[in-house]
Design a protein around this ligand. Structure first.
Ligand code: ATP
Length: 317
């Protein structure tokens, strides 16, 4: 039986703008997404039966059909029924290192790893865009998580344009263990509070496309680290921070410690501090640790990375 071990990196949002309501019920977004080297390990092992199973020791991660990794395997089994019949089911084991419900796309990245891994396990030979199309059926962040790196994402987040890599930068991530923000709640609350500022439906695509010429994208193209730090933006802070003031306190602690910039990632509750060096990241981390005593703050240092899902090893037994 063949098996694959894959690395599934987390993402942060360097930029997140909510443009308006789409006719499919989702929000039209304009984002700049960035992979970081804080990652889960996802192992796939062929089974001789026709079952899909998920194992994950983390108490908050379901091992049922609710797991996005399970849903990715079920989608592949439905789309490629001949390969499923030929190669059999799969056991998916997730070593969870990415914080849960943290705005870091942990579940989406696990699903992306299953798509990439099953493509190899079942010898399907899918292209990146075919994998991204499958990913978009599972969740808005899944297509980005496949190739990762630095990218503009518009639409629901599935329309991707690659950007030059900024992988020489570091981040310090802070996440309160008991502060989980539900992504759906954040977007619904934003709509309730700011829906009156949304652009008309016919203007959505062109307004989202304007992110291509935004100051954030220019700063990335010109490798201007200071500007990248200053142009960090996340509309969802407008609803999440008033509900969870600890997030603002953490952001201010990072900013005062001296970093390029600090921002909440996605729908939170993770706050990241963008740093120009490992040394700067260690200084910011130290300040965060002082704030943490005796609270329940988890802190991580990670490096920005130019890759998404990666195969770490493969075995035949
Ligand atoms: P995003 O940034 O895409 O909104 P997130 O980081 O906020 O994602 P996740 O960690 O992906 O959120 O998980 C959110 C919820 O999804 C959790 O409450 C968890 O129960 C469920 N879930 C399902 N599958 C997974 C998975 N493979 N890993 C983590 N959580 C999962």
């Amino acid at each position: 039986m063949r098996s694959y071990s894959l690395i599934a990196p987390a993402k942060i949002n360097l930029y997140l703008e909510i443009i308006g309501d789409r006719s499919d019920g989702y929000h039209e977004l304009a984002m700049v997404l960035q992979s970081i080297d804080l990652a889960d390990q996802v192992d796939l092992r062929s089974l001789s039966t026709d079952t899909i199973s998920v194992r994950c020791a983390h108490p908050q991660v379901p091992e049922s059909r609710a797991n996005l990794a399970y849903q990715a395997a079920a989608l592949m089994a439905a789309e490629f029924s001949d390969a499923f019949a030929q190669f059999g089911g799969v056991e998916i084991t997730i070593d969870k290192r990415i914080p849960i419900a943290a705005g870091l796309a942990g579940g989406s990245s696990n699903a992306a790893a299953v798509l990439v891994g099953l493509d190899l396990l079942w010898q399907l030979g899918l292209t990146q865009s075919e994998l991204e199309e499958l990913g978009s059926q599972l969740g808005s962040d899944v297509p980005f998580c496949i190739a990762g790196g630095t990218a503009i994402a518009t639409g629901r987040g599935e329309r991707l344009s690659p950007l030059p890599s900024v992988d020489n930068l570091y981040v310090v991530l802070g996440k309160y263990r008991h502060l989980d923000v539900a992504t759906a709640w954040a977007y619904q609350t934003y709509r309730a509070n700011f829906g009156n500022t949304y652009v008309n439906k016919q203007d959505l695509t062109s307004r989202a496309a304007a992110v291509h010429s935004s100051s954030m994208v220019q700063a990335i193209i010109h490798e201007d680290q200071v500007q990248i730090g200053q142009r960090l933006h996340n509309d969802l802070e407008r609803v999440v921070i008033p509900a969870y003031p600890q997030i603002l306190q953490l952001k201010e602690t990072f900013q005062n410690a001296g970093c390029l910039g600090a921002m909440m990632s996605g729908s939170g509750s993770t706050v990241f501090a963008l740093c120009d060096s490992e040394k700067q990241a260690q200084k910011v981390h130290q300040q965060g640790r002082m704030l943490a005593q005796p609270s329940d703050l988890d802190l991580f240092i990670a490096r920005l990375t130019s890759t998404g899902v990666q195969v770490m090893s493969s075995n035949k037994d």
